[in-house]
Design a binder for this molecule. Structure first.
Ligand SMILES: [Zn+2]
Length: 194
């Protein structure tokens, strides 16, 4: 017996989306430097805790508090970052919020940007961000279609993407050309609790 039409058309739509994402990724890979696929030796999921910034108010490091659904980086002084589903996300939210003290952009351990000048780093991060978006969308679509794609692997791609966005924000804020204030450039609003 054939499956009901709605299920088979849903399946078809998923396969179509996968094919179109695969095509976009292949096109992108044709001009993306192969060596840039080495994102660095740090693990953006496992090492996130060790890369956490100190509190802008009191200088200490925050702790993660979980309620069973979300995680929140919270400082003893009361500063609290937006909640996140994953632990690595909660650390990164804290770093990206105005509550923490940023490192210099070239000190971030990912993507081998430490030796680059501003323009080269800006260019590399923009391409990497696009690369990581396409790659995690593609792997997510493969997983939906039943391919063996580990959830840990997908999380790592998403985490790399998050660190890439943070690196871009740092570079923008610390640019010698025209540094905007923290929080305004990143588009974060609900970061400080009253
Ligand atoms: Zn604090």
């Amino acid at each position: 017996m054939n499956p009901p039409a709605s299920i088979s058309s849903l399946h078809h739509a998923r396969e179509q989306r996968l094919a179109s994402l695969q095509q976009r990724f292949d096109l992108h890979r044709a001009s993306f430097p192969a060596e840039w696929c080495d994102y660095g030796s740090d693990d953006p999921v496992g090492d996130a805790e060790h890369l956490v910034n100190s509190c802008a108010d009191c200088g200490t490091l925050p702790q993660l508090a979980g309620d069973g659904v979300t995680w929140t980086a919270t400082c003893a002084c009361g500063a609290q970052a937006p909640a996140a589903k994953m632990r690595w996300q909660a650390w990164l939210q804290w770093n990206r919020s105005p509550l923490s003290v940023d490192p210099a952009w070239h000190e971030l351990p990912f993507f081998f940007i430490s030796e680059l000048g501003e323009d080269d780093a800006r260019h590399k991060l923009a391409r990497l961000r696009e690369h990581l978006e396409l790659r995690s969308n593609l792997e997510g679509a493969r997983r939906v279609c039943g391919y063996r794609v580990g959830s840990g692997y997908l999380q790592r791609l998403k985490a790399y993407h998050g660190w890439c966005c943070y690196a871009q924000e740092l570079l923008k804020r610390q640019s010698v050309a025209q540094p905007p204030a923290k929080g305004i450039a990143s588009g974060l609003h609900n970061t400080r609790h009253a």
